[in-house]
Design a protein around this ligand. Structure first.
Ligand SMILES: Cc1cc2nc3c(=O)[nH]c(=O)nc-3n(C[C@H](O)[C@H](O)[C@H](O)COP(=O)(O)OP(=O)(O)OC[C@H]3O[C@@H](n4cnc5c(N)ncnc54)[C@H](O)[C@@H]3O)c2cc1C
Length: 399
């Protein structure tokens, strides 16, 4: 295709996936600039759970493609396994179910597969789980999980094998404009000229894009997950998104348990510097033990779990809950991909595909106007950014 160059700023799972998809299309020169280590933001902290049962038409359509890509990558990426053996289970109390039940006609219309299970059916199918008798399960047979470190290294190896230039510890410090068009970025080591620049800098978006006066209305919330030491029980069950217990749980490599939990009362976390590091974030004391207590009757295997690690990062929600993905009209040459709620890992293959289509073809194979960075009115966006809200007042969208 000639000598085109794209620079991708941010080497998390979204940036990597964009690079990989562009490389598959033989776009030209593809450069990733990552200020730290690949995946060192939220991506390495993710639980890696995926489901196709989302909340909007665009979301459901996009995830359908994304889950298909996960399956293909599971077959083609050496060293990576997509765990869809048990699908993904979304668990509801009778109080929480009606809001989700309203979405079933959307899933039917778009052909997103699901099955509704009673508590007894869930228990029969996965004896490790003991849901309360009046709970409802919404099972997604196409969902599943990945181990994020395994996925990140497999994808990085594949991208590098296709010629993607990966620059770690190289921060984009300046956006270079010529006659109003973005023509590249500067790092401390030099200038990278580009036909297109993709910013996949997640929680750093506002401070990073401040010089371009691009201010998407996105809020970040602290989010945490815990990994157990190997447990003795047999862990044959799907990842479970368990809103009634305020979190989620899945089996993890080495017969471990991974438990994730949100903090509904915690206010949004303002990232105001490009030097921000997620390693400085802390979970509230005692949160893990309180979460284990919440989950223990549902998953008795937790009773003998001891804990090996805690990961704390940020998840990001736009003002209308949908991702922000596509070209920015005010800055020709700039493309954004961020605000994937707590589902950026699950979105990554299709987000990469869509960004690659925008960059290489100027259009996408599915209509993603609902994700456009230009959809927010400036005054509303500023009003949203000026507020501080607890997570419970933001959109509740998991994986
Ligand atoms: C505890 C936890 C559990 C989660 N579990 C799940 C889950 O089960 N399923 C799911 O789908 N999602 C999950 N998520 C969400 C998911 O992790 C994120 O949505 C996803 O990782 C976002 O990927 P990203 O590439 O946009 O961001 P990041 O991984 O944060 O990458 C952004 C990168 O940009 C780099 N960067 C920033 N500024 C610059 C600059 N100026 N120059 C160069 N580089 C720069 C940063 O260093 C960073 O590496 C979870 C998140 C957390 C915190």
């Amino acid at each position: 295709m000639g000598a085109r160059t794209v620079v991708i700023v941010g080497g998390g799972v979204i940036g990597l996936s964009t690079a990989y998809q562009l490389a598959l299309r033989r776009y030209g020169r593809i450069v990733i600039l990552e200020k730290g280590r690949l995946g060192g933001g939220s991506s390495c902290r993710a639980a890696g759970i995926t489901s196709g049962l989302l909340w909007s038409e665009t979301g459901v359509r996009a995830r359908k493609v994304g889950l298909q890509l996960f399956r293909e990558l599971g077959r083609t990426l050496p060293g990576y396994t997509y765990h869809d053996e048990h699908g993904c289970l979304n668990l509801f109390s009778p109080e929480l179910w009606p809001a989700r039940e309203k979405l079933l006609p959307l899933y039917d219309r778009l052909g997103a597969p699901y099955r509704i299970l009673s508590a007894a059916e869930m228990g029969r199918r996965w004896p490790a789980l003991r849901p309360p008798g009046d709970f409802i399960g919404l099972h997604d047979p196409a969902g599943g999980f990945s181990e994020p470190p395994e996925y990140l290294s497999a994808l990085a190896r594949a991208a590098a094998g296709l010629g993607v230039e990966i620059h770690e510890r190289e921060k984009a410090v300046e956006w270079v404009l010529e006659s109003g068009r973005l023509i590249g970025v500067r790092t401390l080591l030099g200038m990278f000229r580009a036909d297109a620049v993709v910013a996949t800098v997640h929680a750093w978006t506002l401070p990073a894009l401040a010089p371009l006066a691009v201010r998407p209305p996105v809020k970040h919330f602290v989010h945490q997950r815990y990994l157990s030491a190997p447990v003795s029980a047999r862990l044959d069950f799907p990842p479970v998104n368990a809103d009634p217990f305020g979190g989620y749980v899945r089996p993890a490599a080495g017969n471990r348990l991974l438990l994730g939990v949100e903090t509904p009362e915690r206010e949004d976390w303002k990232v105001d510097s490009t030097d921000f590091e997620m390693s400085g974030l802390k979970a509230p004391p005692g949160l893990r033990d309180r979460t284990v207590k919440e989950f223990r009757a549902f998953l008795p295997a937790l009773a003998d779990a001891t804990w090996e690690s805690e990961q704390v990062g940020l998840i990001s929600f736009s003002m209308d809950g949908e991702p922000v993905l596509g070209p920015v009209a005010a800055v020709p040459g700039l493309f954004l991909g961020h605000a994937f709620h707590s589902g950026g890992f699950a979105y990554n293959p299709v987000a990469g595909l869509l960004l690659a289509e925008w960059v290489s073809e100027g259009r996408t194979s599915i209509d993603v106007s609902a994700f456009s960075p230009d959809r927010f009115a400036a005054a509303e966006a500023e009003k949203h950014l000026a507020t501080t809200i607890p997570q419970k007042d933001a959109f509740r969208r998991r994986h």
